[in-house]
Structure formats: structure tokens, C-alpha cells
Design a protein around this ligand. Structure first.
Ligand code: DC
Length: 212
């Protein structure tokens, strides 16, 4: 395969797992854009920068060199700052980061910062996120959009978080609302509702479209 495959969709729609497996089957890397938003949120939390303060966030991000490393077994994010280099990956999927990441991600300057990091990676690759097929790689020849009901997504996410189902569902619905602006599917994207599907079925469906 040459070029770019985009897989967008709301949180816990299965994007990351599907993107990783599709990329593996194609023999190309995958890029998880949400990790870069999560890294920006984590750095802001640690530095005590208000997630609503775009100027403060951009000034903070300038003091680090942040890179997304597209490893086949899972993406990693490393940050190099005044106190050396750190792998941020283990700290990115926490309830604290979940809570502020949408607020950080709504700033155009932060979105431009993430998109610049993504564009540092040479194609071919599979990119997953919210706006990969619309804003970041509109030229991609293959676009997918995964959906699933909030209940199914909350059930999946509860397996990965210390919170209970009710709290995860409330947070997820709140985040859907905050992320709505950048979460519309590209008009030409193939939409797959993964609610009743196993991961392998979704992967097979995506791959079947790529062979057409
Ligand atoms: O996919 P995720 O849950 O790891 O994404 C974390 C947050 O980052 C999500 O709440 C919205 C934001 N995000 C975004 O705005 N645009 C993207 N392309 C990817 C993620």
C-alpha cells in the first residue's frame, strides 16, 4: 500500500486497536494523534498551566521537543525538555488527562502543534484520531469512520480505567460533546458501526475495502 489510511471516530470507538492491526496487516506504521493531545494535556497539568489558556499552553509546548514514535507494538510519545528526555506514554491514559484533554484540544494553536508533529512522519501510514480524514490528511485515498453507541464504548473503556461504568459513561458523553466540533466524518469516509462487532471483524471489513 502507498499513501495514507485515516481512521477517525469518537473515544473508545476502537480506532486505536483497529488502526494498529490494519497497519500491521499492511506492513506500515500507525499514528495515534490522540496521544499527542494527551501529551499536551499532561505537560499542562504538570506545569500548572490552565487548559483554557492557549498562549500559556503554546509557550509551554515550545519548551519541549515532543515526538510521536510510531512503533508497531504501540505508539510512544517522548518529550525532551530542560530536565532531559522522558517517555510520557505510561502517563497518558489516566482519568486526570481524560478530564482536561478536550479543553486543551479545542485551541487552534494546539491543533496546529499536533498536526505539525504528525506531518513529520513520512507516509505510508495509518493515522487515527478525530480529524485525520478532514483537516490533517484530506488528500488520503482511504478514509474510515468508526462509531459505536456510548454504552458500548463506555463498557470497553471501563476495562481500561479505575472508574466504574456510570462515571466512565458520564465522562464519555461529556467528552463527545466537547469534541463534537472536530469529530465529523469526512463526506467520503466509509462509516462502520462497531457496536455489535468483534475487533477482528472490524479489521477484516477495513482491509476488504482497501483491497477493492
Ligand atoms: O482518541 P483519544 O481518546 O485518545 O483522544 C484524546 C482526546 O484528544 C479526545 O478527547 C479529543 C482529542 N483529539 C482531537 O481533538 N483530535 C484528534 N485528531 C485526536 C484526538
Amino acid at each position: 500500500m502507498r499513501g495514507i489510511v485515516t481512521i477517525d471516530g469518537p473515544s473508545a470507538s476502537g480506532k486505536s486497536s483497529v488502526a494498529r492491526r490494519v497497519a500491521l496487516a499492511l506492513g506500515v506504521p500507525y499514528l495515534s494523534s490522540g496521544l499527542l493531545y494527551r501529551a499536551a494535556a499532561l505537560l499542562a497539568l504538570r506545569a500548572g498551566v490552565d487548559p483554557g489558556d492557549e498562549k500559556g499552553l503554546l509557550a509551554l509546548l515550545e519548551t519541549f521537543r515532543v515526538r510521536l514514535l510510531p512503533k508497531p507494538e504501540g505508539n510512544r510519545v517522548v518529550a525532551e525538555g530542560a530536565s532531559g528526555q522522558e517517555d510520557l506514554t505510561p502517563h497518558l491514559h489516566t482519568p486526570e488527562v481524560d478530564r482536561v484533554v478536550s479543553l486543551v484540544a479545542r485551541h487552534p494553536g494546539v491543533r496546529a502543534w499536533v498536526n505539525a508533529r504528525l506531518k513529520e512522519v513520512p507516509p505510508p501510514f495509518v493515522a487515527e484520531g478525530r480529524d485525520m480524514g478532514t483537516a490533517v490528511f484530506p488528500e488520503a485515498p482511504h478514509k474510515f469512520y468508526l462509531t459505536a453507541s456510548p454504552e458500548v464504548r463506555a463498557r470497553r473503556r471501563t476495562l481500561e480505567r479505575p472508574q466504574d461504568y456510570g462515571e466512565v459513561l458520564r465522562e464519555l458523553i461529556r467528552r463527545d460533546e466537547l469534541d463534537r466540533a472536530q469529530s465529523a466524518p469526512a463526506p467520503e469516509a466509509i462509516v462502520i458501526d462497531t457496536s455489535g462487532m468483534a475487533l477482528e471483524e472490524v479489521v477484516a471489513r477495513v482491509l476488504s475495502h482497501l483491497q477493492d
